[in-house]
Design a protein around this ligand. Structure first.
Ligand SMILES: NC(=O)c1ccc[n+]([C@@H]2O[C@H](COP(=O)([O-])OP(=O)(O)OC[C@H]3O[C@@H](n4cnc5c(N)ncnc54)[C@H](OP(=O)(O)O)[C@@H]3O)[C@@H](O)[C@H]2O)c1
Length: 256
């Protein structure tokens, strides 16, 4: 996308899945990307696979740690100066009934998904150029009561709400803030949620009107759109990227 040529974008959770697919598309568009994640080996592998020299900066970071985010911001300031975009994408799942969720689970899921997204935006805001774009990764689960997903879904509902409030707070600088709500996307996280069960995968897939899981690139396409100037009049919004999972019901087989 030509609009992103020469832009600087931070992607948290950039070492795998949706974050890495987004990084690949951005690099191809001529952008420079900073990738943040906890696992340094995973980031190094991602950097190698992108094969884009100094277009890629990797910074081991735990987004639930304010000190780590401060270090990340310093590295980006040194290497890139300013940012044109942030994709707050880092997240963790939890499949567990509410009855057994412990305090450590709560700290981990809320600390990464909600606190992480909140402070990623707060701490990178001074680096954002006027007119920059922020995209937060929420989830389709904010719209449906997914049993075994209470904590994860609530943390992602908080993320969706942040897009609306930060859109208001940052509008004075022309900075847009939006959220995406992906459906089922073929990444490590989906494998973890389905537990490798073909039966569960088929149950999930059968609810998708388009009849297939999303690919990381399907989601990256939407993120690049929101980061680009083509979305220049869109802020405080949710872009549902789910193949029709949330708002439509598949036709019965005999009628399709
Ligand atoms: N896949 C789906 O079906 C789906 C659907 C809706 C929403 N989402 C959301 O999409 C986002 C990306 O997930 P994915 O599907 O691409 O799965 P993924 O491959 O597991 O990606 C999650 C990424 O987040 C990073 N991460 C986790 N905890 C972190 C922390 N505390 N600090 C920094 N980075 C952290 C992980 O890297 P490290 O482990 O190295 O830190 C990993 O690279 C998540 O927010 C997820 O909730 C996914």
């Amino acid at each position: 996308m030509a609009e992103l040529d020469g832009k600087n974008v931070l992607i948290t959770g950039g070492g795998s899945g949706i974050g890495l697919a987004t990084a690949r598309q951005l690099v191809r568009s001529g952008a420079r990307v900073a990738l943040a994640g906890r696992d340094g080996d995973r980031l190094a592998a991602a950097e190698k696979s992108l094969d884009a020299g100094d277009q890629v900066l990797t910074v081991p970071t735990d987004v639930s740690s304010g000190a780590d985010l401060d270090r990340l911001v310093s590295r980006i300031r040194e290497q890139f100066g300013q940012l044109d975009g942030v994709f707050a994408n880092a997240g963790v799942g939890l499949v567990a009934p509410g009855a057994v969720v412990g305090e450590a689970d709560f700290e981990r899921v809320v600390g990464t998904n909600f606190k992480g997204a909140f402070f990623t935006v707060q701490k990178t805001a001074p680096l954002l150029r006027d007119g920059a774009s922020v995209v937060l990764n929420s989830s389709w689960t904010v719209h449906r009561g997914l049993g075994l997903g209470s904590l994860y879904s609530a943390s992602k509902a908080a993320v969706l709400n942040l897009a609306r409030t930060f859109a208001s707070e940052l509008a004075g600088r022309g900075i847009r803030v939006n959220a995406i709500t992906p459906g089922h996307v073929t990444t490590d996280m989906l494998d973890a949620v389905t537990g490798g069960s073909e039966q569960v995968r088929e149950m999930f897939r059968s609810e998708v009107v388009l009849g297939r899981f999303g690919s990381p690139d399907d989601i990256a396409d939407a993120v690049l759109f929101l980061l680009s100037s083509r979305a220049s009049y869109i802020t405080g919004q949710e872009l549902v990227v789910d193949g029709g999972l949330v708002h439509s019901v598949p036709m019965p087989p005999q009628a399709a």
